[in-house]
Design a protein around this ligand. Sequence first.
Ligand SMILES: *Cc1c(COP(=O)(O)O)cnc(C)c1O
Length: 463
Amino acid sequence: MKYVSTRGQAPNLGFCDSVLAGLASDGGLYLPDEWPRLTSRDIASLANRPYRDVAFEIISRFVDGEISDTALNSIIGGAYSCFRHPSVAPLAELEPGLFALELFHGPTLAFKDIAMQVLARVMDHILAQRGQRATIIGATSGDTGSAAIEAFRGRENTDIFILHPKGRVSPVQRRQMTTVLDENVHNIAVEGSFDDCQNLVKALFLDEAFRDDVHLSGVNSINWGRIVAQIVYYFTAATALGAPHRKVSFTVPTGNFGDVFAGYSAHQMGLPIEKLVIATNSNDILRRTFQTGTYQIDGVVSTQSPSMDIEISSNFERLLFESAQRDAGAVRAMMDSLQQSGGFEIARGTMKNLTRHFSVGSANEAETTQSIADTLAGSQYLADPHSAVGLHVARRQKKISAPMVALATAHPVKFAKAVRSACGIEPDLPDWLSDLHERTERCDVLAIDTRALQEYIRARIRA
Ligand SMILES: *Cc1c(COP(=O)(O)O)cnc(C)c1O
């Protein structure tokens, strides 16, 4: 299997190279040249199998022999043995026909663990085979940084540096990062904002000499390896609810469009999904796009579901490529226009394909709060604000007959303040994390200074 860029001007790569590259050299995103297809029989045979078996069945079709079956099995086994629920991604029935798919049983209590735990092991494996090393660097406002640190801690061939804005992440989020004391993990509190952190990371990637010197690499949500791992739970959830004999719908709290694109990928592989519902918070650029055919940025507002506070929804480019029948020239034109004027028009035919499988809905701040309260009152279920956005939108889907699965993307304790003010309940840390506030922290404070950051990294990477 070959991977092609959505912008059509980068070399085709195999699975391992596309994972190590992340972004394609022409600025595009990688996609398989052809979707692997599962027959109804294949899908039926996945029902009631352990999560890790289904993960192997799905992921191996994309790896296509580039990693041995034995190695891939042990990568997947290792990734999911650190989850605190035996089924990894369990379903909870909230009301007849409405289910929450709990994706937050990993080490940092949010759905990013599911993909990051696989990606880190895959990268480390490829590097070891090639006798190479990499330096992972990223900026975080909370969730992604801790998931990356947990996934890369103790890996032989990678050192990881995560920047967060000093004093501007919640104590739980900070401690989930700074109490990881492995020698390859480096937390940096930057005296500035999240944007300052992101600009520092960008500056490092733009400095070619430095980038090559330390083998810089990223693990952001456009990495194809992350999407692949997220396809798995669409299969486990749908088969648990009767697929392939019965269609299922999904509602997905959406920011960078990685999670819901994994749902689309499952559908392209043959999973009978009736509708994929994109749920956004007040940052509803995708809803406006679906209504008008025009993608137009107009500023981000802060909400109680911060992981969805995004207006450049990077993985949406993959759906545009698919909906434009893989016309890379059309994608380039749209992305150029986005760069130059903050927006683009989507051609009528492309819009038609795009809306075929998707619906969109939004929850504003008041509706999110109400959704947390209603879910507790009606179903005795405590939802975090991201999951609550999804539940609000899921409940308003009228024309869907299939069972509805709403993805629950974070544990309520990660957003305890919002949950408490919505319903008066203080979510508890799980037992295995209950000493988080007593654990030793390690973190260095740096100014907004590219040179100082480069020196810091050079001094700490292992040879
Ligand atoms: C990242 C994240 C999302 C959004 O997922 P995308 O793949 O970026 O669309 C939703 N909820 C939580 C809790 C997240 O961490």
